[in-house]
Design a protein. Structure first.
Length: 421
């Protein structure tokens, strides 16, 4: 089995490598291609990756290359984890929206739109090159904004599935609180990427006992602290929102915080500097503890599970992925990309039936789905008016004066990445 990781020079990659090494019986990788244009950074990451494999007794071959076509040639699956513009672009995404009093975030709001506009054309070009060389390969997208990027891939006819680590993070958290194994936790997870709610926590599978009321009653304070929302909000909702919902449910509070402390991008940039120094140590042969603070926790387990199922191995029967709606949520278009529990096999994901969704969540999902459709049109076709329409539709912007100003800011800060600007 051959896998390719595009964006293999990311500081995330050792997390992925560690998962491949530990879970080699689930996903027997024989050759792993790490592809990245940043050659110096790639060699640091690649060196650590080889040492991790060696220390854990994995016999697979790890190859680093800056040649995309060589890297993806013959791959059974291609994992995308790239960041167009790097941390410098992220720093901009998280700062200029604040000038209008809007949240500065790299996956939602104005900053998320900027990232989508930079990313979608690049990902589609990569996907076309994959299709030319090995049309049977699966594309697993971990590149944000995952929902918009996955929708772009699916609409272009690619064999693609979107992946996020929010659900597996909740699964691990809830399992720890309840004193059970993670495999025993099945989430009723519903929504869009970075806009999801856990409406049930079941023991043993989709038909198992729903212990969410017990979880909230006994561990509500810990869950609330984890997602940074008040305990009484969880009690009144009776569900667990993703921590990304804080940008919607506590928007003004978040903006005040963001204006008074360094951006997350600045924090991550410093972590990356430290991590790359560590990766250059020839004695280091495991992922460092600092990597846990970088983000992407449990990404490796989720990626291995998904790839194993898509390629016919021993992955879990049900996994939370991003895929076409196809009637699963009747209040959304069939071609909307949703994030739900799905049965995953060689033919791809098939969403499990979802019970009726509370209008409180359904309304916001519908609103953000409309924004994502407009965002994708802006990413595919460009133009100031398309950018403005997408921003006006976003519930974190929503006012024409803000949308007008943010459109100009977005274009000014991203001109080098926008072919039409």
């Amino acid at each position: 089995m051959k896998l390719a990781v595009v964006g293999g020079g990311s500081t995330y990659t050792p997390e992925l490598i560690d998962g491949f090494a530990r879970l080699r019986d689930t996903l027997p990788v024989e050759e792993l291609m790490l592809v990245d244009p940043a050659a110096e950074r790639l060699e640091l990451v690649g060196g650590l990756a080889r040492r991790i494999f060696a220390k854990q007794g994995h016999g697979g071959r790890i190859v680093t290359t800056s040649d995309l076509d060589a890297g993806i040639d013959g791959a059974d699956a291609v994992l995308l984890q790239l960041r167009v513009g790097g941390q410098a672009a992220r720093q901009q995404d998280e700062t200029w929206p604040l000038e209008c009093g809007c949240v500065g975030q790299e996956t939602t709001g104005a900053g998320g739109l900027a990232k989508a506009l930079r990313t979608v054309p690049v990902v589609l070009d990569i996907a076309e090159r994959v299709r030319r060389t090995n049309p049977g390969a699966w594309i697993v997208d971990f590149t944000n904004p995952v929902g918009i990027v996955t929708r772009a891939l699916l609409q272009a006819g690619h064999k693609a599935v979107g992946l996020c680590n929010v659900a597996i993070g909740f699964q691990r958290k809830f399992a720890g609180l309840l004193g059970v194994a993670p495999v025993d936790i099945h989430l009723d997870h519903v929504g869009l990427n970075h806009l999801t709610w856990e409406t049930g926590v079941r023991l043993g599978g989709p038909e198992g006992e729903n212990v969410l009321p017990k979880l909230l009653a006994e561990h509500g304070d810990a869950v609330a602290a984890d997602i940074r929302l008040p305990r009484d909000v969880l009690d009144r909702l009776g569900v667990v929102p993703s921590y990304y919902l804080r940008y919607f449910y506590a928007h003004d509070e978040v903006v005040r915080e963001q204006r008074t402390k360094p951006s997350r991008a600045a924090e991550v940039a410093e972590m990356e500097r430290q991590l790359l120094t560590m990766y250059g140590d020839p004695e280091l042969a495991e992922k460092p503890a600092l990597l846990a603070e970088r983000g992407g926790a449990y990404y490796s387990e989720a990626a291995v599970d998904l790839a194993a199922s898509l390629l016919g191995g021993g992955g879990s029967p049900y996994q939370v992925v991003n895929t076409y709606n196809k009637g699963t949520l009747p209040f959304l278009p069939d071609d909307a990309v949703i994030e739900v529990q799905s049965a995953v096999g060689r033919s791809g994901p098939l969403p499990l039936p979802v019970p009726s969704v509370d209008p409180l969540y359904a309304g916001l999902m519908a609103n953000v789905t409309a924004y994502e459709e407009l965002a994708l049109q802006a990413a595919l076709h460009g133009g100031r008016d398309r950018v403005f329409r997408a921003l006006l539709a976003h519930p974190l912007v929503g006012q024409y004066a803000y949308a007008d100003t943010l459109t100009d800011q977005l274009i000014a800060h991203n001109r080098e990445h926008l072919a039409w600007a």
